[in-house]
Design a protein around this ligand. Structure first.
Ligand SMILES: *[C@@H]1O[C@H](CO)[C@@H](O)[C@H](O)[C@H]1NC(C)=O
Ligand SMILES: *[C@@H]1O[C@H](CO)[C@@H](O)[C@H](O)[C@H]1NC(C)=O
Ligand SMILES: *[C@@H]1O[C@H](CO)[C@@H](O)[C@H](O)[C@H]1NC(C)=O
Ligand SMILES: *[C@@H]1O[C@H](CO)[C@@H](O)[C@H](O)[C@H]1NC(C)=O
Ligand SMILES: *[C@@H]1O[C@H](CO)[C@@H](O)[C@H](O)[C@H]1NC(C)=O
Ligand SMILES: CC(=O)N[C@H]1CO[C@H](CO)[C@@H](O)[C@@H]1O
Ligand SMILES: [Ca+2]
Ligand SMILES: [Ca+2]
Length: 441
């Protein structure tokens, strides 16, 4: 970045580069906090560990980093099951540690971006516990359904909807004599976005962290936000015979609903109001695995950019140079005029670049990401060429792997790309003073 400024002549999409907002040409780095750096020897990474290693990001030329969730959580889905949106899990440290991390980042001119997980809470969240007890107004904070009466009189699940992690998206609770919806793990009940109180609570969460000095959010799993309340069965997708796997159905009622886009726009309005009052520019990036058309639509509904997963989804080891050119051209062509492109090659849900391709291709892709116009997004560890690690079924931690069973877990588990960062040649590769870590080094 600094080099580009001194050249002064460079332009981006016809705009002189020094007129761009800070985020429009940033090099963004994703930190998976459990695996980045353990400061206290308990075998799990933490906020103090991140703060200690920020100079590494400066050396890399990173402009901003986003941290996967550090909110209080029973860790069923390693932080994506949140029990308090306005706190820090003791495993990662304290609120003071978080505030110190922001201060240190600011001193180093690094922007801090948080993960926002709006679709669901943990089943341990106070809201869900009160919802179970039918306490107002929380009784209507989640998607409850009495079920469907079969012709022989027994009650059954409302419909055939499936969880992303496999199995039904509905779980029965005796306390409410009803089913609740969970598009992910049963321990991650979906919030009811048709309830204005929920909408307001979740906007308050954004403002809470913006006021702490956070520079923006990366919004998780957006397509799953709203469901169609006619609760009809989803049609078969026709690409697998296994009725337990998510791909069995075509998710026309549980993903990419128009109301979801409108909610993204409402969040952008929250950002814009905060920015205007505080003289800052906050960024909102959205995570959506969707068709090109539906992905691009987020640009029109207030997202600064939807993550571009074409490098992940549309390339393979055997791709030709022409295939690379095609996906790059297609994003640039599909993107609405005046918007900012972005390029993502990996994250904590996808196999490591070196394992998906090979060392040479992995290096080429990492460099390509930095040279393409707009934002580059790197997952921690890619810069040192980390590889997937084979992990036994017994040691598997990821619910998506455990749910798949011993036969199939290897194709589903995301643990292999989540192993601790390798800093040096000391104990546990310098990740921890503990020789046993939450996943093997
Ligand atoms: C070392 O890490 C393991 C695995 O996370 C943990 O069970 C153990 O308590 C840790 N040891 C210390 C001394 O914290
Ligand atoms: C009613 O029908 C359902 C679906 O065919 C079946 O699973 C269930 O066991 C039946 N219940 C009774 C009481 O026969
Ligand atoms: C829900 O699905 C029904 C049946 O396909 C459709 O008529 C209705 O417009 C949908 N509702 C919304 C809000 O999209
Ligand atoms: C990427 O793959 C998806 C799913 O196979 C396909 O719909 C889309 O057209 C592809 N895009 C490009 C640019 O190749
Ligand atoms: C560990 O790394 C240091 C610094 O690069 C080096 O001096 C030392 O020989 C290495 N130790 C081992 C056991 O490889
Ligand atoms: C890339 C990413 O952050 N994926 C997350 C999407 O949301 C689910 C549920 O919250 C998580 O399990 C994934 O890790
Ligand atoms: Ca720790
Ligand atoms: Ca939802």
């Amino acid at each position: 970045m600094k080099l580009l400024f001194t050249l002064g002549l460079l332009t981006f999409a016809g705009i002189p580069i020094n007129c761009l907002e800070w985020w429009q040409s940033m090099s963004l780095y994703q930190i998976y906090p459990r695996s980045f750096k353990d400061s206290d020897g308990d075998g799990v990474g933490d906020l103090k560990g991140i703060e200690e290693k920020l100079p590494h990001l400066v050396n890399l030329g990173v402009d901003a980093f986003w941290i996967s969730p550090t909110y209080p959580s029973p860790m069923i889905d390693f932080g994506y099951d949140i029990s308090d949106f306005k706190g820090v899990d003791p495993m990662f440290g304290t609120m003071e540690d978080f505030e110190n991390l922001i201060k240190t980042a600011q001193k180093l001119s690094l922007k801090v971006i948080m993960d926002y997980v709006p679709n669901h809470t943990s089943d341990q969240h106070e809201w869900f516990q009160k919802s179970l007890k039918n306490i107002a107004p929380y009784n209507d904070y989640y998607v409850w359904h009495p079920g469907k009466k079969l012709s022989n009189g027994t009650m059954a699940k409302p419909n055939n909807w499936l969880s992303v992690f496999g199995g039904p998206a509905w779980t029965w609770r005796d306390e409410r004599q009803a089913y609740y919806l969970h598009q992910f793990d049963p321990a991650q009940p979906d919030l009811n976005y048709h309830n204005e109180k929920v909408v307001q609570e979740m906007k308050d969460v954004l403002v809470f962290w913006l006021e702490k000095g956070v520079n923006g959010f990366r919004v998780d799993a957006i397509p799953h936000l709203f469901e169609n309340t006619s609760y009809l069965d989803e049609p078969l997708a026709g690409n697998t015979d296994n009725p337990e796997t998510y791909g069995y159905l075509d998710h026309i009622y549980t993903t990419n609903q128009q109301e979801t886009y409108e909610m993204v726009q409402q969040w952008r309005d929250v950002f814009d109001a905060f920015d205007a009052a505080n003289g800052v520019t906050s960024v909102m990036m959205t995570e959506a695995y969707a068709s090109p058309e539906l992905t691009m639509k987020y640009y029109n509904y207030g997202s600064h950019f939807p993550f571009n997963f074409l490098f992940i989804e549309n390339l393979s080891k055997s791709s030709s140079a022409g295939d690379y050119k095609n996906i790059i051209d297609s994003w640039m062509k599909d993107m609405p005029a005046g918007c900012t492109a972005n390029w993502v090659a990996g994250n904590h849900d996808k196999p490591r670049l070196v394992s998906r391709y090979d060392e040479n291709i992995a290096q080429a892709i990492s460099v390509m990401l930095l040279l393409l116009p707009g934002v580059s997004v790197a997952y921690n560890g890619e810069e040192i060429g980390m590889e997937n690690k084979w992990i036994s079924y017994e040691d598997t931690q990821d619910p998506q792997g455990c749910n798949a069973g011993k036969e199939n877990y290897e194709s589903m588990s995301r643990d292999p790309e989540r192993t601790p960062f390798q800093w040096d040649n000391t104990t546990s590769a310098g990740f921890s003073t503990n020789s046993t870590t939450w996943l093997p080094v």
